[in-house]
Write a protein that binds this ligand. Structure first.
Ligand SMILES: [Zn+2]
Ligand SMILES: [Zn+2]
Length: 126
């Protein structure tokens, strides 16, 4: 076992302080596939990207949907932003559209603005 040094206690403290993050689900409007995880921006059945009108909802089993520390590190609390050029969603920590290379500063919309969500927990609009 290598010595963890001072890294481990800091990581444990941070882990205890962080709120739990729950991954929302969405349904494909095209083929009807249900409960696609929020991390996927396209339907795994028909391959179509989730549209701008897609609403996320919380799964019934919140414990099962709570992200692990490892998964949390790959997600962000900030809402995805919408590329004005090609209409793709991009993660909040990405500054150029992954599909067309469009600049984020040119984009005026993000998922939180469009659906009035905080991004911490995705829920239905009302
Ligand atoms: Zn589909
Ligand atoms: Zn784009």
């Amino acid at each position: 076992m290598p010595a963890a040094g001072s890294i481990l206690p800091a990581a444990v403290r941070a882990g205890q302080m962080e709120e739990r993050r729950i991954e929302g689900l969405w349904d494909c409007a095209y083929c009807g596939r249900k409960a696609i995880k929020a991390r996927y921006d396209a339907c795994m059945s028909c391959g179509r990207p989730r549209g701008i009108d897609t609403l996320f909802y919380l799964p019934e089993d919140l414990d099962a949907a709570t992200l692990t520390q490892e998964e949390k590190a790959k997600t962000t609390n900030a809402p995805d932003w919408l590329c004005d050029y090609c209409g793709s969603y991009n993660r909040a920590d990405i500054f150029r559209c992954t599909k067309c290379g469009g600049d984020r500063t040119e984009s005026k919309s993000d998922y939180g603005m469009l659906h009035k969500l905080t991004g911490i927990l995705f829920g239905r609009k009302d």
